[in-house]
Design a protein around this ligand. Structure first.
Ligand code: HH2
Length: 292
């Protein structure tokens, strides 16, 4: 009972920012720009596979107002094949090295592997973004804790190859909320600071379209866990199936999902089109604050 009251208290005083180990502060709501250094990501595969292009895109997203650049070397789209750590490192390390000292905003490393996270932190990344919520690789929590890094813990089931077979829930919101709470507790037990934990319901990951839509609508319930919430709806099946798959429909649909996410309390939206999300964030923040 006491614990629940503490969580309610924390939720009411919802965090407005996060201080990273190096003193940089991320103000919420924030936009995380996606940089996929992969040949096969579902929406931008191959576009930033070249190191020079990846660096230029990172700088462009920062100029557009991204508060975090999320670098990934493995596609996690449904059915994607697993990538060995050595290949993931080959993709991301040159980009992180080339970005060294060029970006003001922090870098997050989008990986499920401790070896890749450790190398990225050594190259200056400050946040570990793990779609498996530290479940895929048992070494992940220690690497994050030892590096003093912030952690994004996402909810999914199985692996990208198997997850859509497990997209069945009786109560998707309650199930995801419980699982995220458990993941936060085990990260804390391994030494990750509670003030550096971000939770993510994992739209599209072991979720059918209606599950993802339901989670977006029910974000306030996830916010009562007391941690900042990240939402990644950008160009996903919930947008394709609802707004349409042509480029304009995908972008407007993504913007609508980001707007609702922020209105419902998300601290961070993860997107491919940073400029649009920054405008959406400003607009929703202004409307929310005028609501009192
Ligand atoms: N979605 C993707 C990858 N990483 N991380 C978090 N925290 N939340 C998400 O929703 C999320 C994520 C999938 O999107 P994308 O990076 O565009 O595709 P791919 O995995 O094919 O590279």
């Amino acid at each position: 009972m006491h614990g629940e009251r503490v969580l309610e208290f924390i939720a009411k005083r919802r965090r407005r920012s996060m201080r990273l180990a190096d003193g940089r502060v991320i103000e919420f709501p924030a936009v995380m720009g996606v940089l996929n250094v992969t040949p096969d990501s579902f929406s931008d595969g191959g576009r930033y596979f070249d190191c020079g292009r990846a660096v230029a895109r990172a700088l462009e997203m920062e100029a557009e107002g991204a508060a975090i650049i999320d670098v990934g070397g493995e596609s996690t789209r449904p059915g994607a094949p697993a990538v060995p750590a050595a290949l993931e490192l080959e993709r991301i390390v040159p980009v992180l090295r080339a970005l060294g000292g060029k970006l003001r905003v922090p870098i997050s490393i989008d990986t499920r592997k401790a070896e890749v996270a450790a190398a990225a932190l050594a190259e200056g990344a400050a946040i570990v973004n793990d779609v498996s919520g530290f479940e895929f690789d048992p070494g992940m929590a220690k690497v994050t804790a030892n590096g003093g890094a912030a952690a994004v813990l996402m909810h999914m089931r199985g692996t990208p190859g198997t997850m859509m077979r497990q997209a069945h829930y009786r109560d998707v919101v309650g199930t995801v909320r419980e699982a995220l709470s458990a993941r936060a507790r085990s990260a804390i037990a391994a030494g990750v600071r509670p003030s550096r934990i971000i939770l993510d319901p994992g739209l599209g990951f072991a979720k059918q379209v209606h599950h993802s839509l339901r989670l977006l609508g029910a974000l306030p319930r996830l916010c009562t866990l007391g941690y900042p919430i990240l939402v990644g709806a950008s160009r996903k099946s919930l947008v394709r199936a609802t707004a349409g798959a042509e480029p304009a429909a995908l972008e407007f649909g993504t913007a609508a999902a980001s707007a609702i996410a922020i209105f419902n309390g998300a601290a961070i939206v993860r997107v491919h089109e940073v400029a649009a999300a920054v405008a959406v964030t400003k607009m929703v923040t202004a409307i929310k604050s005028s609501c009192g």
